[in-house]
Design a binder for this molecule. Structure first.
Ligand SMILES: [Zn+2]
Length: 275
């Protein structure tokens, strides 16, 4: 990626209209990326995707996607497991047709099972997905995301290890989730720097040049994530995070998932440019 780009998780709230209008609005707001929210359904058709791609390219807006929420690659129910694989695969194919860069998802739940066993099962699922997506597009990143709740699979170590062991996989680093699942840790310049150092050490410099990051204001309990907030209402230390991202010359996409998506994305971009 050419630089660190800031954008919205979904069509900006001020937009009247669809994905195409959303992309144009992102550009008008001087933001540089937009996440296609397939969280409830994959709501762009194969037929419409080329127009989305054209609009994104014309406006120099990078597209990413967030897969459906109802995914569990650790489900004991065969039907749910294979449906989860299908949701991620289909999200990746549509995003690829839209010219997108990266596809993120919450991989599943521990369901009180041994985390190592869960890791192996989820790894097999992601391998199956990558094998199928690869034939279609061998450039698009498949990204398990750091989850916000302790009951959800996906801490920093797990998503790094998956990225080491499966090609075309990189982590989606949700710094607000990491903060929430560690119940208030991972919130200082030193801690952010350690995380970035770790990513570079384990996955190479390219991982810092090709980042997919999520940031939002967030509230948590002792179980982790409770809900998203505006950045200014949250204790999440986004300023020190941005300083660390600048210091490490990170590139890629920072998607803002606060409830006020575009105003917090602009806040992040302005703060980043001020350092
Ligand atoms: Zn997410």
């Amino acid at each position: 990626m050419d630089r660190l780009r800031f954008g919205t998780a979904g069509i900006p709230i001020c937009t009247n209209g669809d994905t195409l209008k959303g992309i144009e609005t992102v550009r008008k707001l001087k933001l540089d990326s937009m996440e296609l929210e397939f969280v409830r359904s994959i709501n762009i058709s194969k037929e419409k995707a080329p127009l989305v791609k054209q609009t994104a390219q014309r406006n120099d807006v990078i597209l990413t996607c967030h897969c459906p929420y109802f995914i569990n690659l650790n489900s004991d129910e065969k039907k749910k497991y294979y449906a989860s694989i299908g949701y991620i695969k289909n999200s990746a194919i549509i995003t690829s047709l839209c010219g997108g860069y990266s596809v993120c998802f919450h991989a599943g739940y521990y369901q009180k099972e041994d985390p190592e066993r869960v890791y192996e099962k989820i790894k097999e699922g992601i391998k199956t997905i990558v094998k199928e997506v690869k034939d279609f597009d061998d450039k698009i990143w498949i990204r398990p995301e750091i989850s916000g709740k302790k009951s959800q699979f996906g801490d920093l170590k797990e998503v790094i290890k998956l990225s080491q062991e499966i090609e075309q996989v990189m982590p989606c680093i949700d710094f607000s989730h990491l903060f929430a699942r560690s119940v208030g840790k991972n919130n200082t310049y030193e801690e952010f720097s350690e995380i970035l150092k770790d990513i570079e050490k384990e996955l190479g410099k390219n991982a810092l040049n090709e980042m997919h990051i999520h940031v939002a204001g967030i509230e948590y309990t002792d179980k982790g994530e409770k809900n998203h907030l505006r950045l200014e209402e949250s204790k999440f230390n986004y300023k020190d995070l941005l300083k660390a991202l600048k210091e490490f010359k990170c590139k890629g996409v920072v998607t803002c998932e606060s409830p006020n998506i575009e105003s917090d994305a602009i806040l992040l971009q302005k703060a980043y440019n001020s350092f």
